[in-house]
Design a protein around this ligand. Structure first.
Ligand SMILES: Nc1ncnc2c1ncn2[C@@H]1O[C@H](COP(=O)(O)OP(=O)(O)OP(=O)(O)O)[C@@H](O)[C@H]1O
Ligand SMILES: [Mg+2]
Length: 309
C-alpha cells in the first residue's frame, strides 16, 4: 500500500519552542517514534510544511543582506527543504534503526508546476518572513516590487501569491524510490513553485499550500491513502463552539457541504479538507486526518476522521 503522509508544523516545533536545532531534532524524533510503524507497513512518502524554517532563512537573508547577496524565495524554499529533509531523515532513520527496521530514507527536492496565469499572482495573500514597520515595509515594496500588508495588528509583512499546485515535477522519481522500497521525504513546504515556458521550467516567488500539494502528489503517484497529521485528533463540526462535534467519517459530498457551511477555518483546516476532496475526486480511495500521537489508534479504526469518495 502506497501512502502519502503529510505532517504538520507540530512535527518540528511546538508552542513555546524557540526553534533551535536541538529542539527541532527532538521534535522530529518524537514524530518518528509515533510514525515509524507506518514505514514497516506501507510504502510511505512524508510531506511537510516549512513556515517557521523558511521564515528564519528569510530573516537571515534580510539581516545579512549587506554582507552576502540575499536569495529569492524559490531558492530559500529549496534551502528549507534540505534543512528539514535532513532533520526528518536523520531522526526517522535513527528510530527505525533502534526498532530493528531496515529502511533507507531519501529526501527529494521537489518542484511543483503552477499556472503563470493563476489569479493568485494578481492577488498575493500569504504573509511570509519578518515583520517590518510601516515605513520599512513601504520602502521595500517600492524598492523590490513586493506586496506588503498589515498582518492582524502584529506589524507589516510581505505577502506572496499562493497558486494552486497542478503537477509534481518529481512524481516519477518519488514513485520509483517507493517501488524500490525506500522511504521518501518530499514536497517540503508545499514544493518550490515553477512555471513552464515551452519546454523549460522557471522558479517563481510564491508559496504552495502543503496539504494541497500533498493531495496532488497522492493523485499523481496513485497513492492508496492520504494521511494528514496535525495538532487535532479529529476534524470537528462547529469547531471551538459549545456544540462542537467530532467527525468519525464523512463522504466527499458531506465534506463539500460542511466546507460551504463554514465549519473549517481558512488557512488551517479548510485547505486540508479541500486537499482531501481534490485527492478523492481524482481517483483517491481514503483520507485520514488525525494527530501523530493518535495515528496508530486511528489506523486500527478507533479514532481520527476518515473521508471516503
Ligand atoms: N473544524 C475544525 N476541526 C478541527 N480543527 C480545526 C477546525 N477548523 C480549524 N481547525 C484548526 O486547524 C488546526 C490545524 O491546522 P494548522 O494549519 O494549524 O496545522 P498544520 O497544517 O498541521 O501545521 P502548519 O500549518 O503549522 O504546518 C487545528 O489546530 C485547529 O485549531
Ligand atoms: Mg497548515
Amino acid at each position: 500500500m502506497k501512502v502519502v503522509l503529510a505532517v504538520g508544523g507540530n512535527a518540528l516545533l511546538r508552542p513555546g519552542d524557540r526553534g533551535t536545532a536541538e529542539e527541532q531534532m527532538l521534535r522530529a524524533r518524537q514524530t518518528a517514534e509515533n510514525i515509524y510503524p507506518l514505514f514497516q507497513k506501507f510504502k510511505v512518502v512524508v510531506t511537510h510544511g516549512n513556515g517557521p524554517q523558511v521564515g528564519a532563512i528569510l530573516l537571515q537573508n534580510e539581516t545579512a543582506k549587506n554582507v552576502v547577496p540575499p536569495m529569492p524565495l524559490d531558492i530559500c524554499g529549496a534551502m528549507s527543504q534540505g534543512e528539514i529533509g535532513y532533520m526528518l531523515e536523520q531522526s526517522f532513520q535513527n528510530v527505525l534503526e533502534e526498532k530493528g527496521v531496515n529502511k533507507d530514507i531519501a529526501t527529494v527536492l521537489t518542484r511543483v508546476i503552477v499556472d503563470e496565469n493563476d489569479p493568485a499572482f494578481e492577488n498575493p495573500t500569504k504573509p511570509i518572513g519578518p515583520f517590518y514597520t510601516e515605513e520599512e515595509a513601504k520602502r521595500l515594496a517600492k524598492e523590490k516590487g513586493w506586496h506588503v500588508i498589515e498582518d492582524s495588528g502584529r506589524g507589516w509583512r510581505r505577502v506572496v501569491p499562493s497558486p494552486m499546485p497542478l503537477e509534481i515535477v518529481e512524481k516519477d522519481v518519488i514513485a520509483e524510490l517507493l517501488e524500490k522500497g525506500f522511504g521518501v521525504i518530499a514536497v517540503g513546504g508545499g514544493g518550490i513553485p515553477v512555471i513552464r515556458k515551452g519546454r523549460k521550467l522557471f522558479g517563481v516567488e510564491g508559496v504552495i499550500d502543503k496539504d494541497l500539494a500533498s493531495a496532488v502528489l497522492a493523485r499523481d503517484i496513485g497513492a492508496d491513502r492520504l494521511i494528514i497529521l496535525t495538532s487535532v485528533e479529529k476534524v470537528y463540526l462547529n469547531f471551538g463552539k459549545p456544540e462542537q462535534r467530532g467527525i468519525d467519517e464523512m463522504s466527499v459530498q458531506e465534506a463539500k457541504k460542511y466546507m460551504e457551511e463554514g465549519h473549517f477555518k481558512k488557512g488551517s483546516m479548510y485547505p486540508k479538507i479541500l486537499a482531501s476532496v481534490l485527492y478523492l475526486d481524482n481517483g483517491g480511495k481514503e483520507v485520514l486526518i488525525t494527530s501523530p500521537e493518535k495515528v496508530q489508534d486511528a489506523l486500527d479504526g478507533k479514532t481520527g476522521t476518515w473521508i471516503y469518495p
